[in-house]
Write a new protein. Structure first.
Lengths: 340, 352, 335
C-alpha cells in the first residue's frame, strides 16, 4: 500500500508544477514588456537610428502583437529555446552551459558548508537550550546572517588575499589552469578530477574556498536557526515523553527520536532556502568576480539587455520550481504521513 | 499499637508500591503550586486501584510523580517505595531503568504518543531491546505479536505506521507496548478519556483483565466514576492534592464516608437521573489552598472546625480510611467546633 | 441559608483598565526566561541607538555625507582613520564616519516605507483571501506562492531595473517598491494561513451564527488575533529588508548617490580599494549593516521566544519543602 501511495503523490506533485511554472514565466514576460521605453534602443545604448533598431526588432519578434509574442515565447521555452542576447548575440543555452556550471559549482559547495555547519550547530544548540553552547551558537548564527556576502567576502579578500596572501581573491581558476583544463561537464571541479589533474584541482579548490565559505557561512545562519527551533519543538512532542516512560535511555531518545524527527522539516527548509542561496550567489559572484550566471545577470542588467535578463530569469524560475519538487519528493520518501 | 504494626506488616508484604507522604510541587515565579500535598497510598500485587477526582486535583501529577516524569520546575518530596527503594531519591538514570520492565505508564492522548516516523514493529523492537538486549529478533517479534494479539491487533498490521491506526487502536498499541515488558505496576492516566464510549468499553475490559493475563497491578487514574465501578477493586478519592477517602469500591459506592465522595456520586449521570446535581463552587487554588479542610468552602456538611484545622486521617475498617472531621477524632475537635460553618452563599463569580 | 445575590463587581475606571490590559499584553515578556529577555532588550538597545543616529544625524555627524572639503581645504583622499576623520576618508575625500551616520537615515527611511507598503498591501489581501476563500483566494495563492519561491534579491533587482527606466527613476521610491514587491507575498501568506486557522475557531463561528456581518467579524475577531503574529515577523523582516537594500545598493540599484549615503553602495566602492589594502572604506559601512541587522534580529528573535507558545519558557521559582507538622503523625494508622 505504501508503494502506490508514494507513486500517486509523486505524480500529483509533478502535475502541480505546470501551473506554477506557467505563472512564473508569464510574470517574467509581463514584467519586462511592461517596462517603458524601447528595450532594443535601451540595450544598444539609446539614441540609435530606427534603421538599426527595426531589423533587430523584427528578428526578435518585438513588432508582433503582444499575444503572439507571448505564444511564441512559451512555445520557444517548451522547445528549450530561451532566446539570444541582444548585446552580444549569445544564445541563452550557451550561457546556461558555461556560466550555469560555474554557479552550480559554487552553490553546491556553499550549500554543503551551510548544511554541515548550520545543521550541526543547530542540533547541539536545540538540545542544550539556554546553555552557553546554545547562546553562543545562536549569536553566531544571527551575526553571520546579518553579514552581507559582499561585506564578508570583501573582508575575507582583504585578510586572506591581500594581507596574508594565502588565497586568490577572484575568478574560478587561474588563467593557466583554465587554458589547460579539458572541458567535460564545464564544472571545473569535476573536470579536474575526471582528468586526474591534481595540480589543476588544487588551484580550483584554492579559488573555491573563499567564495564558498562566504556564501556557505551566511546561509548556515539560516539553517542553524531553523534546525534549533525544530529540535526544541520535537523535544516537546508527546512521543518523546512516551519513549522516556518506556525507559528508553536519553541518548537514544535524543538521537533517534528527537533529532531524526526534527531534521525532516529541515529538508524542506533547505530546499526552500535555495532562494536565499541563489540571491546570495549573485552577490558573491559579483564580489569575487566569479563567472557564474548571477555575474552575467548583473552585467546584462547594466547593459539593459532585456532578452538576456528575461532568459536568465526563466532559468532561475525553472531551477526554483525544480528544486521544490525534488525537495517534496525527498520529504514524501522520508515522512510516511505526507502522501496524498 | 500492636494492631497497627501487624496491619502495616501485612500491607507491606503484599504491596507492590507504597506511597508515603508524597508531595509534588510545581515552581512558579511566586509561591509553588502544591499539586500533590501529602499523599499516602498502597497498591497491592495484581490489584486494580482507581484514583478519582475532578480536573486539577493532582491525580495526573501523582501518577507521573510515581514514575518521576515531572516537567521542569516540579519537585517531589516524600517516599515512593518500590522493591525496597525510594524512587523519589533515585538518580534519573536509575529511575529510567525501572521505567518499562517494572513500572509502566499509559498516557491519556494516544494520537500523539507514537513516533510518526517509526513503524509499530520498530517501537516494539526498541522497547524490548532497550531492557533485554540479548533477545533475538525472532523472539522480539514473537513476544510483540503475542502481546499485540491479546490487545486485539492482528499481526498483519505489525509493520504499519502509527497514522494508519485509529485512536482506539493506538491506545491498545500503547498498552501493549507497556505490557510487553511485563511490568509489576501499570499506571494508566485517563486512558479512555479521549476515546468514544464503545472503544472505551473494550479498553477497560482489557485493563480489568490485566491481573489475570499478566499479573500486573494497575493504578487507574480517571475522573469518571463509572469506569472505577466497572474495573477497579479499590478506589481512592482525591481532592486538592490530598486523598480524602479510600476503600474497596463496593463499600465506598454503597456508603461514601466523605461528603465530597457523596457529592461526586450524586453528580454522576445514569439512566435513573431525573435532575442534574452539581457541587457548587470550583476546585481551590493550589498555590494558596483554603485553611483547614480544603473542601470546606464547598462542603454542605461543613463544621466550624473544618475551616480551622486540617482533618486527621481516620481508619474506618479494613482498608478503609477517610480525612474528614465528621468522622472524628472527637477528642481533637475544640469547643464549638461542631457547630455548622456560617459562610456567604457561593456567588456566581466564585464559580468562574 | 437564604440566597444572597452576588454583589456587582465594582467597575474599573477606564484608565486603570487600559493599564491592566497593557500589563496583560506584556506579561509574556516580563515572565520570559532570562535569555529571551536579554536578547530582546539588547536588540532594542541597538535599534534605538541607530534610530537616534538617524534622527540626530545633522547634529552628530562631523560633516555632510558628500562633503569633500571644509573651510576651502579639500580633505585628504583615502586617508586612514585619524583624529580629524575617525573612520578615514574615501577616494572622493568624503568622511567615512559621516557617510555611516547619514547612511542610517537612508536605511531606516527606505525600509520603513517599504515595510509600511508591504503591510498595507499584504495584510488586507491575506485577510480577505483567507476569510472569503473561493476563486479569488486560489488565484492569489497561486501567484503569491510562485513569487514567494523566488529569491528576494532577484525580484527586487528586476523591479528596480524596470522602474529605473520609467518615470519614477532610480532612488528611494524605486528601492522601496522593489523591496515591497519582494515581501508582499510573505505577509500575504502568513496572514492568510493564520486567518484560515482562526476562521474555523468556535468563537468566530458563533459570531457568524449570531448574524454578524463579515466586515464586523473580520474587524473584531479575526484581525486582532492575526495581527499579534505580525510584530515578530515584521522585525525579522525589517532586518532582512536592510540586507536587501544594502544588496541593491551594492549592485547599483539602490538610491542615487546624490540623494544620500547608503552602506551597500559604499562597500561596492570599497572593493577597488581593497586591492591596495585600504580597509576603512569598506569595514565601517559593513559593520554598520551587521550591527543594525543583528539588533533587529535580536528583537525579532526575542519576541518570538516570548510570544511563540512553542518556544516560550517561563521562569520557575525555587522552593523548599517545609517539614511536615507533628500532630498528624500521632493519629491512628496515619502517615
Amino acid at each position: 500500500m505504501t508503494g502506490t501511495s508514494l507513486r500517486t503523490y509523486l505524480l500529483t506533485r509533478l502535475a502541480l508544477v505546470v501551473p506554477m511554472v506557467w505563472i512564473l514565466l508569464t510574470l517574467v514576460f509581463l514584467l519586462l514588456r511592461v517596462a517603458p521605453g524601447n528595450p532594443i534602443e535601451a540595450a544598444l545604448g539609446g539614441h540609435v537610428p530606427p534603421s538599426v533598431v527595426k531589423p533587430i526588432e523584427h528578428r526578435l519578434g518585438f513588432d508582433k502583437p503582444l499575444l503572439t509574442q507571448y505564444g511564441d515565447y512559451l512555445w520557444n521555452i517548451v522547445r528549450g529555446n530561451f532566446g539570444t542576447t541582444i548585446t552580444d548575440n549569445r544564445p541563452l543555452s550557451q550561457i546556461i552551459k558555461q556560466n550555469g556550471a560555474a554557479t552550480l559549482e559554487l552553490t553546491f559547495f556553499a550549500m554543503l558548508i551551510a548544511i554541515v555547519v548550520g545543521v550541526l550547530i543547530g542540533l547541539v544548540a536545540g538540545r542544550y537550550r539556554d546553555t552557553p553552547v546554545d547562546i553562543g551558537g545562536r549569536l553566531f548564527g544571527i551575526v553571520v546572517y546579518a553579514t552581507p556576502p559582499f561585506f564578508l567576502g570583501l573582508m575575507a579578500q582583504l585578510v586572506f588575499g591581500v594581507w596574508l596572501g594565502w588565497l586568490p581573491t577572484s575568478d574560478q581558476a587561474s588563467p593557466l589552469t583554465q587554458a589547460l583544463l579539458q572541458t567535460h561537464t564545464n564544472i571545473y571541479f569535476v573536470d579536474a578530477i575526471w582528468d586526474g589533474n591534481w595540480g589543476a584541482l588544487w588551484d580550483i579548490v584554492k579559488h573555491l574556498i573563499l567564495p564558498a565559505m562566504t556564501l556557505g557561512l551566511i546561509t548556515a545562519g539560516v539553517f542553524l536557526r531553523l534546525t534549533r527551533i525544530n529540535v526544541i519543538r520535537t523535544l516537546r512532542d508527546d512521543y518523546i515523553e512516551a519513549a522516556r516512560a518506556r525507559g528508553i535511555v536519553e541518548r537514544r531518545v535524543v538521537f533517534v527520536h528527537a533529532f531524526k524527527n526534527a531534521l525532516v522539516p529541515v529538508i524542506t527548509v533547505v530546499g526552500l532556502n535555495l532562494a536565499i542561496l541563489l540571491g546570495g550567489a549573485v552577490l558573491t559572484e559579483e564580489t569575487f568576480n566569479w563567472p557564474g550566471i548571477g555575474h552575467e545577470l548583473v552585467l546584462y542588467l547594466q547593459n539593459r539587455d532585456y532578452t538576456a535578463v528575461q532568459g536568465i530569469m526563466i532559468v532561475f524560475a525553472l531551477v526554483v520550481v525544480g528544486v521544490s519538487v525534488i525537495v517534496d519528493f525527498i520529504n514524501a520518501f522520508v515522512d510516511p504521513r505526507i502522501r496524498y | 499499637m500492636p494492631g497497627r504494626s501487624r496491619r502495616r506488616r501485612a500491607l507491606s508484604s503484599e504491596a507492590v508500591l507504597q506511597v508515603r507522604n508524597l508531595r509534588v510541587y510545581y515552581g512558579t515565579p511566586g509561591a509553588p503550586v502544591r499539586a500533590v500535598d501529602g499523599v499516602t497510598l498502597d497498591i497491592g500485587e495484581s490489584e486494580v486501584v482507581g484514583l478519582v477526582g475532578e480536573s486539577g486535583c493532582g491525580k495526573s501529577t501523582l501518577g507521573r510523580g510515581i514514575l518521576g516524569l515531572l516537567p521542569l520546575g516540579a519537585r517531589a518530596d516524600g517516599e515512593v517505595l518500590y522493591g525496597g527503594r525510594n524512587l523519589v531519591m533515585l538518580p534519573p538514570k536509575e529511575l529510567r531503568r525501572l521505567a518499562g520492565p517494572d513500572l509502566g505508564l499509559v498516557f491519556q492522548e494516544p494520537m500523539t504518543r507514537l513516533n510518526p516516523l517509526l513503524r509499530i514493529s520498530d517501537h516494539f523492537r526498541e522497547t524490548l531491546k532497550q531492557h533485554e538486549a540479548n533477545l533475538s529478533d525472532a523472539e522480539v517479534k514473537r513476544r510483540s505479536l503475542e502481546t499485540l494479539g491479546r490487545m486485539g491487533i492482528p499481526p498483519t498490521r505489525f509493520n504499519q505506521y502509527p497514522h494508519e491506526f485509529s485512536g482506539g487502536m493506538r491506545q491498545r498499541i500503547m498498552i501493549a507496548l507497556a505490557l510487553v515488558l511485563r511490568p509489576k505496576l501499570l499506571v494508566a492516566d485517563e486512558p479512555t478519556t479521549s476515546l468514544d464510549v464503545i472503544v472505551e468499553g473494550q479498553i477497560l475490559a482489557l485493563l480489568a483483565d490485566l491481573k489475570r493475563n499478566f499479573g500486573t497491578a494497575l493504578l487507574l487514574i480517571t475522573h469518571n466514576l463509572g469506569i472505577v465501578a466497572e474495573a477497579c477493586d479499590r478506589m481512592a478519592v482525591m481532592y486538592a492534592g490530598k486523598i480524602v477517602e479510600e476503600g474497596p469500591v463496593r463499600e465506598v459506592f454503597a456508603e461514601p464516608a466523605h461528603p465530597y465522595t457523596r457529592e461526586l456520586l450524586r453528580s454522576t449521570i445514569s439512566l435513573e437521573t431525573t435532575e442534574l446535581h452539581s457541587i457548587p463552587g470550583s476546585p481551590p487554588n493550589l498555590i494558596d489552598p483554603p485553611p483547614g479542610c480544603r473542601f470546606h468552602p464547598r462542603c454542605p456538611d461543613a463544621m466550624r472546625v473544618c475551616s480551622l484545622l486540617e482533618p486527621i486521617e481516620q481508619r474506618l475498617g479494613e482498608g478503609r480510611r477517610v480525612q474528614c472531621w465528621l468522622h472524628g477524632p472527637q477528642a481533637r475537635i475544640p469547643a464549638d467546633g461542631e457547630l455548622p460553618l456560617e459562610r456567604e452563599a457561593i456567588g456566581v463569580a466564585d464559580e468562574a | 441559608m437564604t440566597y444572597v445575590p452576588p454583589a456587582r463587581a465594582p467597575r474599573t475606571p477606564h484608565g486603570r483598565a487600559r493599564l491592566i490590559a497593557l500589563g496583560r499584553a506584556t506579561k509574556p515578556i516580563r515572565e520570559a526566561s532570562g535569555v529571551a529577555r536579554a536578547m530582546f532588550w539588547s536588540g532594542v538597545a541597538i535599534t534605538v541607538f541607530f534610530i537616534l543616529l538617524a534622527l540626530l544625524a545633522p547634529v552628530i555627524s562631523p560633516y555632510n555625507f558628500n562633503q569633500y572639503k571644509a573651510d576651502g581645504h579639500r580633505f585628504a583622499q583615502l586617508a586612514p582613520p585619524s583624529a580629524a576623520h575617525v573612520f578615514g576618508t574615501t577616494v572622493q575625500s568624503v568622511d567615512v564616519l559621516s557617510r555611516v551616520i547619514y547612511g542610517t537615515q537612508t536605511e531606516l527611511e527606505v525600509v520603513a516605507i517599504a515595510l509600511a507598503m508591504s503591510l498595507t498591501v499584504g495584510v488586507p489581501l491575506g485577510l480577505i483571501s483567507g476569510y472569503f476563500g473561493g476563486i479569488l483566494d486560489r488565484f492569489l495563492v497561486l501567484i503569491m506562492d510562485a513569487i514567494f519561491a523566488f529569491p528576494y534579491l532577484l525580484i527586487a533587482i528586476v523591479i528596480a531595473f524596470v522602474l529605473a527606466t520609467s518615470s519614477i527613476g532610480g532612488g528611494i521610491l524605486t528601492a522601496a517598491f522593489a523591496i515591497t514587491a519582494a515581501y508582499v507575498p510573505l505577509y500575504f501568506r502568513v496572514v492568510r494561513n493564520h486567518v484560515i486557522s482562526v476562521r474555523e475557531e468556535p468563537y468566530v463561528d458563533a459570531a457568524r451564527a449570531l448574524g454578524a456581518r463579515p466586515r464586523t467579524v473580520i474587524r473584531k475577531y479575526v484581525f486582532f488575533n492575526v495581527v499579534q503574529n505580525v510584530p515578530p515577523i515584521a522585525t525579522l523582516n525589517a532586518a532582512d529588508a536592510i540586507l536587501l537594500l544594502a544588496s541593491l545598493g551594492f549592485l547599483g540599484y539602490g538610491i542615487q548617490p546624490s540623494q544620500g549615503a547608503e552602506w551597500g553602495y559604499d562597500v561596492s566602492r570599497a572593493v577597488s580599494d581593497a586591492a591596495s589594502g585600504i580597509w576603512w572604506t569598506g569595514l565601517f559601512p559593513g559593520l554598520a549593516i551587521v550591527l543594525l541587522v543583528t539588533g533587529l534580529t535580536l528583537v525579532g528573535e526575542g519576541l518570538n521566544e516570548t510570544m511563540n507558545p512553542v518556544l516560550r519558557r517561563r521562569r520557575f521559582g525555587r522552593f523548599e519543602f517545609e517539614p511536615v507538622a507533628g500532630p498528624v503523625e500521632e493519629a491512628e494508622g496515619a502517615e
